[in-house]
Ligand binder design. Sequence first.
Ligand code: ADP
Ligand code: ASP
Ligand code: MG
Length: 418
Amino acid sequence: MYHLGQETPIVQKYGGTSVGTLERIDSVAQRVAAQYAEGFKKIAIVVSAMSGETNRLVDMMNGINPRSSLRNYDMAVAAGEQVSVALMAAALEKHGVPARGFLGYQLGIVTDSFHSKARIESIDCSKLYAAWDRGEIPVVAGFQGMTGDLEITTLGRGGSDTSAVALAVALDASFCEINTDVDGVFTADPRVVPDARLAQEMDFEVALEMASLGSKVLHSRCVELGAKYSMPIVVRNTFKPNDHPRTLIMNFSPDRKLEAPIVSGVTLDKNVVRVSLHNLPARGGIIGSAFEVIAANGINVDIIVHNRSSDSDTMRVGFTIGATDLMRTKDILEKWTLERKLGAYIEVEGGLSKVSVVGLGMQSHPGVASRVFSCLEDAGIALHMISTSEIKISCVITDKEGELAAKALHKEFVLPID
Ligand code: ADP
Ligand code: ASP
Ligand code: MG
């Protein structure tokens, strides 16, 4: 288990809703000031932009040029955190706590150069230690970093969670607290499935699948880092008392897996686009080359389907990506097929969602996939693509059936506690 010593660094992240108004910032500052007064002086705060702010910045960039370079995009969208850092530091000062705001570059949060979805490579904690030595609480901008060439980068939407866990690892904190607008990680998004239950404990493995399959409460990279460095993550409600139920994510003992529920959670990702490459010449090297150019541009591909009938000299490859990568993927593939004179054409299909069930218990219970398909079909939902792994089953469906699908699967697998 984790422990809370006054000398152990504590990292607390506050998300967009938690800092969404001046009143909320003030109330967070009061919580932190009370902990400081109790003797917890080694607290580092990570904040997101005020809710809606990053969307506003993204919309402005898209309004001026949806094909802008990602370097320029990052420079604009990183700006929201600059304001909330300063407001939070000022609120702490008001409550008698010396505080100092830091932007990513000021702390040496060095990332790779994949703009808009950069990965943190290192953090220089010396300024944080110096702040603590002066009795100050550092307030750090989430979501942003810089490359070795001092270019501003961002970590992908929702990336402040990752900033916080990376900081907790760098500071050797005993855990990382993610403060948000729900009580923790639920068995499904409580806004979509009102019956969803709070999971008070969750293994990294399940949390990672849920995060990467679209459960927005945690950025998937933050869970990846937590698992890699065994950094427990506590997800709690910013505005509930400290003893309110919450979720603790950590490595639990391997025997627990034997007793794990078949399905621990249901996720819904509304951000899915399918790209199909039709009429590709059926010869060696083509598919590798297409995915190589996609990967080189930092685009994550999810479910892939490949069709080739034996009597044809052409083939078709379909795959899903996040909606934000659509324009660039299309541009890149159009250039790729033109340069190689392949005669292929690209079809793009939006309006899709991916619904998934996740659970460690699936490993020892056969037949879960057929139950998933029957449950969706009984609800009248058509399946467009399917992908499975040992601990998850995902189906691509239309957007408009997404919520119905999540509710049906939650009712089938999670509500009857097994
Ligand atoms: P923050 O601004 O604090 O980072 P987010 O909006 O990024 O908060 O994430 C919190 C939201 O995630 C919740 O309001 C909830 O609607 C959504 N969510 C999606 N899946 C889940 C889940 N399984 N458990 C809890 N919340 C979830
Ligand atoms: N402000 C960023 C976003 O809206 C990062 C975050 O909230 O975690 O995506
Ligand atoms: Mg978030």
